[in-house]
Design a protein around this ligand. Structure first.
Ligand SMILES: [Zn+2]
Length: 421
């Protein structure tokens, strides 16, 4: 039986219609009830597709399920992960629009919005495909419902084609990715795999095993207010200390000068007066050494100012937010090389993508399961111009099947070629 294109498209559309926007700070798990609705729908779907041990946990709000091995041949358990929530943009009454045989023309979405091939050149790559968009007011939710549809498409194909042999496969569907909370809560004892892949953003052929390492810092400056006429030798100006701190940051090491594998330090906020000043910053780096160096630089600047103006004048609250899975995955190159083999078998161009943000895989890798990101085939995420195509979701299903097939073939003779960018 072929991949069920109608099924994949219909699941995608049904799930896009559900409002699953995550909202930070509600104190609930997941943060919004729409996500629970979708998670339960997925659990039901998985059971219908013959998965075993399908469960939902109220602690982490993840649905997991297992496609049992259908051969005695050994292959370690492999996992795939998608997230159910959508980004911080209007997601009420999403009305997916299906444009069959997209011909490359501008599409009027509604609400005065036009999806134009001139403005979004990536549309040229999907000419001839079935393009699915939102209707102008909302996002679509392809991030990451295209990943979910691709996973269900794989599960259905494997159910209908028992001749395709594979080892044990676990699927996980989680909440609150967009606010960076979901995977941090994931109890991975429920997900007994050797390694896994997220299917979040990206184009067919992409693989991202390095993301930013991320930290945030809040720096406080305490001044001494004295009447300016009598300030000689007494006044300490917090606003000027803050400005001295900023002058000490490496010149040009900023987001506007940073691309590909380059990192940065960004001043998010800088407010102050004579009495008190505060600066918020973020630190981003692909390389752990550069990341640590940047953080040390902030601490050193604080130390220097305290030495100059007196202990306790400047304090810093420096916190790691997430870590790139790169260092761990480089120790397990098979996890990436396996995907190379699958992509090559399907004729997909291999691209190593520096993922300039964080992914669920960052948290899952830290919990001991190396987890790079692949692709879901959608585009223009987090806004009204988001789109996906049925063909690319089917291609995702096909790619996942190829990965589990190749894993069975290669498991005993793993390609451990060291990774390069
Ligand atoms: Zn996403």
């Amino acid at each position: 039986m072929p991949f069920d294109r109608t099924y994949i498209q219909q699941k995608f559309i049904d799930y896009c219609k559900l409002n699953t926007r995550s909202v930070d700070g509600t104190g609930e798990v997941p943060t919004t009830p729409g996500q629970t609705v979708l998670l339960h729908k997925i659990a039901k779907e998985l059971t219908g597709l013959g998965l075993q041990d399908v469960s939902y946990s109220e602690q982490d709000a993840y649905v997991v399920g297992c496609i049992p091995a259908n051969t005695a041949q050994a292959a370690s358990p492999i996992g795939f992960v998608a997230h159910v929530d959508t980004a911080d943009f209007n997601s009420e009454h999403v009305q997916p629009q299906v444009h069959e045989h997209y011909d490359g023309r501008d599409l009027v979405l509604g609400n005065g919005r036009i999806l134009s091939a001139k403005e979004f050149p990536s549309l040229k790559k999907v000419i001839g495909q079935t393009l699915i968009t939102a209707s102008g007011d909302t996002l679509l939710g392809a991030d990451d419902k295209a990943g979910i549809a691709g996973l269900l498409g794989m599960a259905k194909y494997l159910q209908e084609n028992p001749s395709v042999k594979h080892g044990e496969i676990w699927l996980a569907f989680g909440p609150d990715e967009e606010i960076g909370r979901g995977a941090a809560r994931f109890d991975v004892s429920r997900f007994p795999v050797e390694f896994a892949y997220t299917l979040d953003n990206g184009n067919p052929g992409d693989i991202a095993y390095e993301t930013f390492n991320a930290a945030s810092a809040h720096v406080e400056f305490k001044g001494t207010v004295v009447h300016p006429g009598e300030a000689y030798g007494l006044m300490v100006n917090a606003a000027l200390m803050a400005s001295e701190f900023i002058q000490g940051l490496p010149a040009g090491f900023t987001p506007e000068n940073s691309k590909d594998y380059q990192g940065y330090i960004m001043v998010l906020n800088n407010q102050g007066n004579v009495d008190h000043a505060a600066i918020d910053l973020i630190v981003r780096s692909f390389d752990t050494a550069e990341f640590n160096h940047s953080k040390q630089l902030l601490l050193d600047l604080v130390g220097q100012l305290n030495q100059k103006y007196g202990t306790g004048r400047v304090t810093i609250d420096l916190e790691d937010q997430y870590h790139s899975p790169g260092d761990v995955i480089k120790q397990h190159p098979y996890v990436v090389n396996l995907v190379h083999h699958a992509y090559q078998a399907l004729g997909l161009p291999i691209h190593h993508i520096p993922f300039r943000g964080g992914t669920d895989g960052d948290f899952i890798t830290e919990k001991g399961i190396p987890t790079p990101n692949l692709f879901n085939g959608g585009a223009n995420f987090h806004g009204p111009y988001e789109y996906a195509t049925t063909e690319q979701m089917v291609l995702l299903s096909k790619t996942l099947v190829e990965i589990v097939r190749q894993h069975l073939l290669l498991n005993n003779q793993r390609d451990e070629t060291p990774l390069s960018r």
